[in-house]
Write a protein that binds this ligand. Structure first.
Ligand code: WTA
Length: 650
């Protein structure tokens, strides 16, 4: 973490108090209620969570015990059984919500579909029957590689209904990434589409799946949704069209209850070393967390139209497009494509047309809107909006103020929500109408969350100083392990400081006890709100025949938060050319996906290393940022390497 970030955020002194109007209708009532419930949630967690779980979830069999905590392994709501799909769908059917819109969908070309709870239930039941017919049962892994269309949610919920474990792979990932993930979890079935629309073009998803499946022996069946209608190769016996299977399937499906700790999904996320980590979430705790945070953090009301811009390929899409909102019986607005298609005001246009009331997006998107210009926003009324959210990376105060003024018209509270794939749901956040906000701070912990900012020795740092962010105490939606790699789970999250979950972020508390997260401190970059492991990009680079060695660092970037800068040394006999630079950028995009395409490739004759041979990324970071190398260089093996890198003409 850089000192610069800490000083710049500490200059932020503005406080925004909730309006009396918003406060009057807030789901949680008052700040006093928050404080009382928070105290109970950390002092008497078993009592608190038992009450919430009984109140919010529909159980097939009641749980006997709230928590078994054998550090670092937690089991929540032991003895209980429930069905996630039933909680998201069936239980709304004998209420007034039955014919309420569950999903209002708009495709990029402008096609609109509204699906009621009753219809969604029917589609999920049918698709659950399809999956059963393909041999999918409890515990089987199903990979989902789809565009942002309602069928992605149908596929997830159908898996949940059967107790099968889904792993959603972001549609922007490459076939290499699909292959790795499918092989890691040994998926039996892949659900995909012919393509999806993005910026007026078709992304041919099935082509990527076919390429990946050349190296995935576990896959028996592929289900293909027809979305874009482009010519699509189908492998006889293995591939089936979604509509062909669904037409034959019964819309009746009797759901079973599954144990609270039955795995619900695996979601791969970037770690600091090696391959992506398969974060495992289970049934009851995850559902409770996502439902409860959606209810209170988004102050959800029966009449809301809720728009979270995240793709289902990310955890935000799991918790705040699918499970959290649907468990609450909310109306979710879902959009397939790019925010600037056909023009930079697509979102604002859709918000007005569909009457969106809650809008949840990422700082990188907000910065893009700012760059595109205020006029695109001002063309629209945005009068339906009442609440805004931010997630994915620290939001810079300037972007916060723009969001507040231009989008929220100074009337909508902003919830800056800090959390991670691993935490499953929002951990630190303002509660709208209740918590005064400060631009750039995610403010105060949600129920049951005990954040600590500690130094290298595990000592609490004084208020106002930076340190590493840890969470004390288990919470219901916490990751249970890493798929097939419990050792890495222990090492990655629980070995920095015994008894504490290590988040990998740097943070500080201010004098009011508000949390300011400043960014990652491990070797994970946050590019446009998406985590990218430096190790993954490096291994993609060295898989190229011309590359000898590679190091990847982040450089501060106005739009993306961080830009990817790679330093490579080439093998002897290879000439470092402009063409090779472009080839390497394309190579990384092919290996991982376009989101990991390096912004800047710099050739070096050597990389700065310590005497023990460790690449000194800190130095590379300083060089990448265009600054002086100021830190301690006494451990550097050969300073001339740095001098050469600095003098290099770009
Ligand atoms: C960062 C996304 C500051 C942080 C839900 C975290 C944030 C990582 C915020 C997790 C926020 C997320 N303020 N930083 N409000 N939200 N982050 O797993 O570095 O994709 O560790 O989960 O994003 O990214 P992930």
């Amino acid at each position: 973490m850089t000192d610069q970030t800490i000083t710049s955020v500490s200059r932020e002194n503005r406080v925004f108090r909730p309006s009396a109007e918003f406060q009057r209708q807030a789901n949680l009532g008052s700040f006093a209620t928050y404080k009382r419930l928070y105290a109970e949630s950390v002092n008497a967690p078993a009592k608190f969570w038992a009450r919430q779980a009984k109140e919010l979830l529909t159980w097939r069999r009641p749980f006997k015990e709230v928590l078994k905590w054998k550090l670092p392994h937690a089991k929540w709501f032991i003895g209980g059984q429930l069905n996630v799909a039933e909680n998201c769908l069936d239980r709304h059917l004998d209420t007034a919500r039955s014919n309420k819109a569950a999903i209002i969908f708009e495709g990029e070309p402008g096609d609109i579909r509204t699906i009621t709870y009753k219809q969604l239930h029917r589609e999920v039941c049918q698709f659950a029957n399809v999956l059963t017919g393909l041999g999918v049962g409890k515990g089987d892994r199903v990979a989902i590689y789809m565009p942002m269309v309602p069928e992605a949610a149908v596929a997830m919920l159908a898996c949940a209904r059967l107790g099968a474990i889904h792993t959603v792979i972001f549609g922007g990932f490459s076939s290499e990434a699909i292959k790795d993930r499918v092989n890691d979890c040994q998926a039996k079935v892949v659900i995909t589409a012919d393509g999806g629309w993005r910026r007026g073009k078709i992304i041919e998803l099935k082509v990527n799946v076919d390429r990946a499946l050349a190296g995935t022996p576990s896959v028996e069946k592929v289900v293909v949704l027809r979305r874009t209608g482009n010519a699509t190769a189908m492998t006889e016996g293995r591939d089936h069209w979604w509509h062909d299977l669904v037409t034959l399937a019964s819309p009746m499906h009797k759901a079973r209850g599954f144990d609270s700790e039955n795995p619900l999904f695996i979601l791969y996320t970037s770690g600091s070393t090696g391959k992506p980590k398969g974060v495992l979430h289970t049934t009851a705790g995850y559902l409770l967390g996502s439902m409860m945070t959606t209810k209170y953090v988004f102050d959800l009301k029966e009449t809301d139209v809720y728009f979270c811009t995240a793709d289902v390929g990310w955890v935000t899409g799991h918790s705040y497009v699918v499970y959290g909102p649907l468990a609450n019986g909310a109306t979710v607005f879902m959009y397939e494509g790019a925010p600037n298609q056909p023009g930079p005001d697509r979102f604002w246009d859709m918000i007005d047309r569909h009457g969106v009331t809650i809008f949840y997006t990422a700082p990188t998107a907000i910065r893009a809107f700012m760059r595109w210009g205020d006029d695109y926003v001002k063309k629209h009324s945005l009068a339906s909006l009442r609440l805004l959210g931010s997630v994915g990376e620290p939001i810079n105060p300037e972007a916060w103020m723009w969001y507040h003024t231009l989008i929220g018209k100074k009337r909508c509270p902003i919830v800056d929500t800090w959390w991670q794939t691993e935490t499953g749901v929002i951990m630190v956040t303002p509660l709208p109408g209740i918590t005064p906000t400060k631009p750039g701070s995610c403010t105060l912990p949600f129920f049951g969350v005990v954040p600590k900012v500690l130094d290298e020795n595990g000592k609490e740092v004084p208020k106002g100083s930076g340190g590493r962010l840890f969470l004390k105490q288990p919470w219901p939606s916490m990751l249970r392990t890493l798929w097939n790699d419990d050792d890495r789970f222990k090492k990655q999250y629980w070995s920095e400081l015994p008894g504490y979950y290590f988040a990998g972020d740097g943070a500080r508390f201010d004098k009011d006890g508000y949390l300011w997260v400043v960014g990652r401190i491990d070797d994970v970059l946050n590019v446009s709100g998406h985590r990218i492991g430096t190790a993954e990009v490096e291994s993609a680079l060295v898989s190229h025949p011309s590359v000898a060695e590679a190091a990847v660092v982040g450089r501060p970037d106005e739009l993306k938060g961080q830009a990817l800068v790679v330093f490579v040394t080439v093998k002897s006999g290879v000439t470092a050319t402009k063409e090779l630079r472009e080839e390497l950028r394309a190579h990384v995009a092919k290996e991982i996906g376009a989101l990991a395409r390096p912004d800047d490739v710099r050739f070096a004759t050597a990389l700065p290393k310590t005497r023990s041979g460790k690449i000194m990324r800190r130095i590379l970071k300083e060089i990448a940022a265009g600054g002086e190398v100021r830190g301690d260089t006494t451990t550097l093996e050969d300073f001339s390497v740095v001098a050469a890198l600095q003098s290099q003409e770009e």
